[in-house]
Design a binder for this molecule. Structure first.
Ligand SMILES: [Zn+2]
Ligand SMILES: [Zn+2]
Length: 150
């Protein structure tokens, strides 16, 4: 399967939030943590990480989730769909919920994290798997490097 070229487009469930991404993804992930299970009302979340500058969205958003640990989660104000997260106030990256993208099926997760808290029957065929999170920025960078040359 050929990976689609940017730009990518997407929308929340009701369409009030419209997403456009002008750049290629940095990394794709599945997170099995308990918070993500509750946030998504499912077994894990799907994330596609993009450079913040290449991401734009229109429509009214509200903050949700726990609002702790430097994580800010944005939801559509109308349908309350979980759209994206910002990790750290000045982060250069955003974590888009992959399912928002029209081309979501192509963005298969490359890394799974927090398998310590995974539902025992939830299997995600990723290349890299972590019981918790990558240990350091260097490790995250090396994952992004190997994702970009996959
Ligand atoms: Zn909506
Ligand atoms: Zn998580």
């Amino acid at each position: 399967m050929t990976f689609p070229e940017p730009p990518y487009t997407g929308a929340c469930l009701c369409g009030a939030v419209q997403i456009r991404v002008a750049v290629s993804p940095l990394l794709t992930m599945a997170c099995h943590c308990r918070d993500c299970q509750k946030l998504s009302a499912s077994a894990y979340t799907l994330t596609t990480m993009f450079p913040r500058g290449g991401f734009s969205c229109t429509g009214d958003l509200v903050r949700g989730g726990l609002g702790s640990g430097g994580r800010v989660h944005f939801f559509c104000k109308s349908c309350l769909n979980f759209v994206y997260s910002q990790i750290g106030g000045t982060s250069e990256r955003i974590n888009l919920r992959t399912s928002m993208l029209e081309q979501a099926a192509s963005f298969e997760p490359f890394v799974e994290v927090m398998t310590d808290e995974k539902m025992p029957w939830a299997h995600v065929p990723t290349i890299h798997s972590y019981p918790r999170f990558p240990e350091s920025q260097e490790e995250l960078q090396s994952l992004m490097d190997s994702y970009s040359t996959r």
